[in-house]
Design a protein around this ligand. Structure first.
Ligand SMILES: C[C@H](O)[C@H](O)[C@H]1CNC2=NC(N)=NC(=O)C2=N1
Length: 113
């Protein structure tokens, strides 16, 4: 947000309320909720599948101008989401988490883990 810009002129940039966090936790059951971050471990079928998954996440993130922290360890891809500019969780994180869950299902649902 630039100087003198109203904080309500861009949707998703306000910190989530405690009530909203409770509601979101119910629809993102695989995500671990921290103080200012949500995190999920994904297990891809192979190392290269995990890399391909990260590539898809990267495109999604770039389109939204909202970027996760990504940790790759063999087939395990750990995604951490936070809105640094807001100092914690916002609707941007909720939306990206849902999109990443959808990507994972789309890519690997038919595959045995
Ligand atoms: C200028 C640009 O919009 C900002 O640097 C964006 C980029 N991506 C970002 N990603 C995340 N996760 N948090 C941010 O605050 C953030 N800020």
């Amino acid at each position: 947000m630039g100087f003198m810009t109203a904080s309500h002129d861009k949707s998703g940039d306000e910190l989530l309320s405690a009530d909203r966090i409770s509601a979101v936790a119910a629809v993102l059951p695989e995500w671990e909720f921290g103080d200012r971050v949500i995190r999920r471990d994904f297990s891809a079928p192979t190392f290269l599948d995990g890399i391909a998954f990260v590539g898809r996440i990267a495109t999604e993130a770039e389109n939204r101008d909202h970027h996760p922290d990504i940790d790759i360890r063999w087939r395990t891809v750990t995604i951490a989401l936070s809105t640094h500019s807001a100092g914690g969780l916002t609707e941007l994180d909720v939306a990206l988490a849902g999109a990443i869950d959808d990507l994972f299902h789309e890519m690997f649902d038919a595959v045995e883990d």
